[in-house]
Write a protein that binds this ligand. Structure first.
Ligand code: SF4
Length: 266
């Protein structure tokens, strides 16, 4: 099994960070090591082992992340690793990428895919009522006269944009869907609804900040496509949203839906 090129970017940046970190630790150990002689050679040896230990932990962390991506299934500790990635490593990786001249959106795309793998690997299930689909306004056809920002139920399902399929899917599965016109509104919706899982649909920048802002709530990110440019008539891969819901809806929910014949999800 191979790691997709998009995910390799983030792993590569993590390795670059490790090399820089290792050099920094080496300098910290080596330069003052002559001064340690005043305290005895054992202090120099102690710091050597301590820095070596930090590097081993860092390397094992990267190997663990690669193993999760390759395995693609439940792995113990994935939740913990996602916390470190979202809280501490992402800002550093963004800075390393900037220094190397890598476009921000490339790094964000890589991060979103790795985040999705980590969420998928944490064996998480939630009832439909505790799952929230968050969508951007730009998915709506620009000429549509119905205000779905007030309520997605205002969509007449005319088929001119992907809200057509998305509203049908959300109705069928009994999952709440909300349109957010900006980051602060999205955060307010999340606080109000208090979901156990979010399926977020947005561009690279909004998805990345959404994943960070809503941590520790697990977020599966689905990127929009922009055939007509940013923020207008954007498209959603509805199958990807459906797959995410299929993965995380609890067994009980599936069973009851199958019994009533309400869904084709199996
Ligand atoms: S599918 Fe719904 S939101 Fe999209 S254009 Fe038609 S009525 Fe408007």
């Amino acid at each position: 099994m191979k790691i997709k090129p998009r995910k390799r970017l983030f792993i590569g940046l993590l390795l670059s960070l490790e090399i820089v970190f290792a050099l920094g630790l080496f300098i910290l150990w080596y330069i003052p090591s002559s001064g340690y002689e005043n305290f005895g050679k054992s202090l120099s040896v102690f710091w050597g082992w301590a820095f070596g230990f930090i590097m081993v932990v860092f390397t094992l962390g990267i190997l663990f992340l690669v193993a999760i991506i390759l395995r693609g299934r439940e792995v113990w500790g994935a939740k913990w690793l996602r916390g470190i990635l979202v809280r501490y490593l992402l800002p550093v990786i963004m800075s390393v990428g900037k220094l190397l001249g890598i476009p921000k959106d490339d790094i964000r795309r890589s991060f979103i895919e790795i985040n999705n793998d980590l969420v998928r690997s944490s064996s998480f299930k939630a009832p439909p009522k505790r799952i929230l689909i968050l969508l951007p306004h730009c998915v709506q056809r620009d000429i549509c006269p119905y205000r779905i920002t007030v309520s997605v139920n205002n969509c007449r399902q005319c088929g001119k944009c992907d809200f057509n399929e998305l509203t049908k899917m959300a109705d069928r599965l009994g999952i709440e869907m909300t349109v957010a016109t900006g980051g602060s509104l999205a955060r307010r919706v999340v606080v109000e609804k208090n979901p156990e899982l979010i399926v977020g649909v947005a561009c690279e920048r909004d998805l990345t900040s959404g994943i960070v802002d809503t941590y520790p709530i697990p977020v599966i990110g689905v990127l929009i496509r922009r055939p007509e440019g940013p923020c207008i008539n954007t498209r959603v891969n509805v199958d990807k949203v459906n797959d995410a819901l299929e993965t995380f809806m609890s067994e009980h929910s599936f069973a009851s839906e199958k019994e009533t014949g309400q869904t084709s999800v199996s």
